[in-house]
Write a protein that binds this ligand. Structure first.
Ligand SMILES: [Zn+2]
Length: 141
């Protein structure tokens, strides 16, 4: 086995001593979608470190492209800036077959239909008090 277990990846990513880790920790604990300046403010409040918005944007891209984390992006209503959300292992997908399953199983990991229906990103359960999402960008940032 050369593949690193996911739990080890998460332990590795939860490192507040590096910029990537700070971004990951803030995004993992977020209870709402966050814009870059809000992530920066939370990092400063929580870790006493100033990370630039450009750097945070790059780290979000790293988390997606290098560490295979699901980072969603969409335009905030009434704003010209995007906001971001990390899909964590404590969140769930709602499958096209109606079955709910942990996000850690992946988008097509439905144990009920074996992913045949596909769980669309808009099926992701919203944060508490949040309306279901109409459009999401899961691609490049
Ligand atoms: Zn299903």
């Amino acid at each position: 086995m050369t593949e690193t277990p996911r739990v080890d990846t998460l332990t590795f990513l939860r490192d507040p001593s590096c910029q990537r880790g700070r971004v990951f920790l803030v995004m993992e604990d977020a209870a709402t979608w966050l814009q870059l300046h809000e992530i920066a403010a939370e990092i400063r409040r929580r870790f006493g470190v100033i990370d630039s918005e450009a750097a945070i944007s790059a780290r979000l891209r790293d988390l997606r492209n290098l560490y295979h984390q699901t980072v969603l992006r969409k335009r905030r209503e009434g704003s010209h800036a995007d906001e971001y959300r990390l899909v964590t292992t404590t969140q769930w997908y709602l499958c096209g077959c109606g079955h709910e399953f942990p996000a850690s199983l992946g988008k097509y990991g439905c144990p009920n239909c074996h992913g045949e229906e596909g769980a669309e990103l808009q099926g992701l359960l919203p944060f508490p008090g949040e309306a279901p999402q109409a459009e999401l960008f899961g691609g490049e940032s």
